[in-house]
Every structure is written in C-alpha cells, then in structure tokens.
Write a protein that binds this ligand. Structure first.
Ligand code: CAA
Length: 257
C-alpha cells in the first residue's frame, strides 16, 4: 500500500509513523485511518520491531477527525458503517506505542494520543476535546480515556467548554508522561521506544496488557490477572537471563526479542 497521508519508517528496532497531512493540520480522514492501520499492523506483526512511535508535525499532532469529510454524514450511514470504530483496531496494537506530540492534539487527535501507551509532549503541545463547539461530542474515546487519565472535573470542563490544556497542565494532570523541548520530542520518544525494544518482548507485551487491565476490571480481578502474568514469566528463558545477568553484574541478552 502506497501511503499518501503518513510516513512510515523503521529505525533499528523501532517503527516510526509520522502523520503527514500538513495542509489540514493532520486531520484524520478515512484514508489516513486505513494507512495508519496498515502501517501499525505491519509493525505489530514484524518480529524485528519492538515498539512504535507515532508523531505529527511541529504545528499539529492532529487537529481531530476531518471535519470537511464528515460534515455531510447522516446518522443512518455512520451508524450502519460504525463510523470511527476502525480506531479500536489501532488501540488494540499489542506492541507499545508512544505518542510524540507537538502542537495541537485536538478531538480525535487527542483521542489518538490517548490510545497510545504513553505520551511524550513538546512544550508547544495543546490538548483538547473541542467537539462540543462543533455541535457534537468526542467519539473516539475522549469522554472515557480522558476521564481515566485526568479525572472528572477537568474532563467535564474540557469536553463541555472545549477549553484546551497546555503541555505543563497536561503533565501535572497526568495526561502526559513527560514534557520536553519541542525539538527533542521525537528523539525522546525514540529513546524510550529503543529502551523498550531492547527488553524481553513477552515481558513487555504482558506488562502492557496487564496495565491496561487496570482500566477494564475491578482491583481484585486486576491483581489476580497481574499475579498470574507475573508467575507465568518464570517459564521464560528471559527471566533466567535477566536475573542471572543482574547477579553476574553484566548486561542481559534477552532471547525473545
Ligand atoms: N478537519 C479538517 N480540516 C482541518 C481540521 C479538521 N479537524 N483542523 C484544521 N483543518 C484545516 C483548516 O480547515 C485549514 O484548511 P484551509 O487552509 O483549507 O482552510 C487548515 O487545516 C489550517 O487550519 P487553520 O487555518 O484553522 O489553522 P489555525 O492555526 O488558525 O488553527 C486549529 C488551528 C486551532 C487546530 C484549528 O484548525 C481548529 O480549531 N481545528 C479544528 C479542531 C477541532 O474542532 N477538532 C475536532 C474535530 S471533530 C472530532 O475529532 C470528532 C471525534 O472526536 C471523533
């Protein structure tokens, strides 16, 4: 598939996807969704890739779903087509995905960043769910993922008024893992992805799956899930190697990478 709306590349063991619709603030149209799913699906299936970074431009990570494309949609059509449901496939990526966000991450752009496992933000980053100002509401997880990330008060305020949040507030609210200078945002995300890609893949995948459980189940069930996942790691050669390397004061060489 030849990509028109994204750039996809491999840097060592990390996949880097750049949203690339500069004339439209990287608005998420249906072409971009299918290209992104194709690219991330291939990276998920590629045994040589251990983690993925997704980024946009200095101006915009993504300014939301493409308003010009969707403005004339009718309820019956988008209901039958299950409009925006394709994004669930992105959210189901098994390998860790890091969002490197500079500029606007609005509406679906903010929701896409929140589908990633964590966000590293540049100082210019601005997050928001302004759909209410268009006469609609978030539809790609904004009401749910934002509430889990930053709590009810700020989520209600942002979703009901469309107020944007800057990078410093996003960090203090728990929406982003770290804020770095804009020119370092992709490099910082790549460094984190390279670190992850050098670790035991089964341990990484199970850790991601288990942390995500925290958002889907009760504490008791989540703790049981975690305990079983932790115990199962003692069946991995990587556990023997990782612990032996610590004891022998050397770097581990994980087999499952
Ligand atoms: N869809 C389509 N086109 C968009 C777009 C979007 N979401 N966001 C920006 N663009 C386009 C603009 O129409 C403009 O195109 P033209 O040059 O052809 O007019 C171009 O990108 C540049 O945008 P601006 O001139 O507006 O740039 P700015 O610097 O003045 O403002 C902005 C930047 C604040 C991000 C502004 O573009 C904006 O508010 N965009 C819309 C944000 C928004 O409402 N997002 C939510 C979309 S709905 C959604 O995402 C639904 C969902 O949850 C499922």
């Amino acid at each position: 598939m030849a990509y028109e709306t994204i750039l996809s590349e491999k840097r060592g063991e990390v996949g880097l996807i750049t949203l690339n619709r500069p004339d439209a603030m990287n608005a998420l149209n249906s072409r971009l969704l299918s290209e992104l799913l194709d690219a991330v699906g291939k990276m998920d299936a590629d045994a040589r890739i251990g983690a993925v970074v997704i980024t946009g431009s200095q101006k915009a990570f993504a300014a939301g779903v493409d308003i010009k494309e969707m403005q004339d949609y009718e309820f019956a059509d988008i209901c039958m087509n299950d409009f925006v449901a394709g994004w669930d496939r992105f959210a189901a990526t098994r390998k860790p995905v890091i969002a490197a966000v500079s500029g606007y991450a609005l509406g679906g752009g903010c929701e896409l960043a929140m589908m990633c496992d964590f966000i590293i933000a540049g100082e210019s980053a601005k997050f928001g769910q302004p759909e209410i100002t268009l006469g609609v509401m978030p539809g790609m997880g904004g009401t749910q993922r934002l509430a889990r990330a930053i709590g009810k008060a700020k989520t209600m305020e942002m979703c009901l008024t469309g107020r944007l949040m800057d990078a410093a507030e996003a960090e203090s609210s728990g929406l982003v893992a770290r804020v770095v200078p804009d020119h370092e945002v992709v490099e910082e995300a790549m460094r984190a992805a390279e670190k992850i890609a050098g670790l035991s893949r089964p341990a990484v995948l199970m850790t991601k799956e288990t942390v995500n459980r925290a958002f889907e189940t009760t504490l008791a069930e989540g703790l049981r899930f975690e305990r079983r996942a932790f115990q199962s790691m003692f069946a991995l050669e990587d556990q023997k190697e990782g612990m032996a390397a610590f004891v022998e004061k050397r770097s581990p060489s994980f087999k499952n990478r």
